[in-house]
Design a protein around this ligand. Structure first.
Ligand code: TZP
Ligand code: MG
Length: 225
């Protein structure tokens, strides 16, 4: 499966963001709007529900040839045959996840410092989620808000070790700031490969048009000099 990180949707099943919308319908609409990769993130459900909902989402993403990753849970990704996982710094280590899921799995890692980014790149992560860019109510207690300057520093150091790992910026991104974030974090020759959003799509009244507008903004912003 060819992977594009341009518009990366992270799901949220909580009331303040999803409201009374139906998660699979929102994911379907978001993909129709232009989301290129989906991460099922659900910190509250038990394993049985994660597998049940994960299978529903996977049926949708597969129809559209979009990869589905599971947040935190390598076991759930393996159980439903998802394309991969997204691991934070407190989750299973990259090497162990790779052993379990195999060479073809997409394994992404969160990095909010140069050290974390270099370690994940050297460890064979398929992409890095870099952030938190801006404070966001979607994820409280984020360890560090790094701003566009922080993203830029990380990209710069990755290029110094010639790491070609794709990157997405995450945290507080929406239509009003995505172009600026992409331009400000450029370092200097190359910027992020895409942006990851939760509320900008999941909380939108019309997730399809929200995704379409974001995708257009990402696609029309130059990623290289
Ligand atoms: N990781 C860092 S910030 C964040 C995650 C999962 C939440 C981003 O949510 P939003 O609504 O796009 O600001
Ligand atoms: Mg995690």
């Amino acid at each position: 499966m060819d992977v594009s990180y341009s518009l990366y949707l992270v799901t949220d099943s909580t009331a303040p963001i999803l409201g009374n919308k139906h998660l699979p319908s929102v994911v379907q609409a978001a993909i129709e709007g232009g989301v290129t990769i989906v991460q099922y993130r659900d910190k509250k459900s038990d394993t049985v529900d994660l597998i049940r909902v994960g299978k529903q989402l996977h049926a949708i993403t597969k129809r559209h040839n979009v990869p589905l990753l599971i947040n935190d849970r390598v076991d759930v990704a393996q159980a439903i045959g998802a394309e991969g996982v997204h691991l934070g710094q407190d989750d299973m280590d990259l090497g162990t996840a790779r052993k379990i899921l195999g060479p073809d799995a997409i394994i992404g890692v969160t990095a909010n410092s140069i050290k974390e980014a270099i370690e994940a790149a050297r460890g064979g992560a398929n992409y890095l989620g870099i952030g938190t860019v801006y404070a966001t109510p979607t994820k409280e207690n984020t360890k560090s808000i790094i701003g566009t300057a922080g993203v830029k520093n990380i990209l710069h150091r990755l290029s110094m070790i010639d790491a070609k790992v794709p990157t997405v910026a995450i945290g507080g991104l929406n239509l009003s700031n995505v172009e600026r974030v992409m331009l400000e974090s450029k370092s200097p020759d190359k910027g992020v490969d895409g942006v990851a959003v939760v509320s900008a799509v999941m909380a939108a009244e019309d997730p399809k048009s929200a995704a379409a507008a974001l995708r257009k903004a990402v696609d029309t912003t130059p990623k290289t000099m």
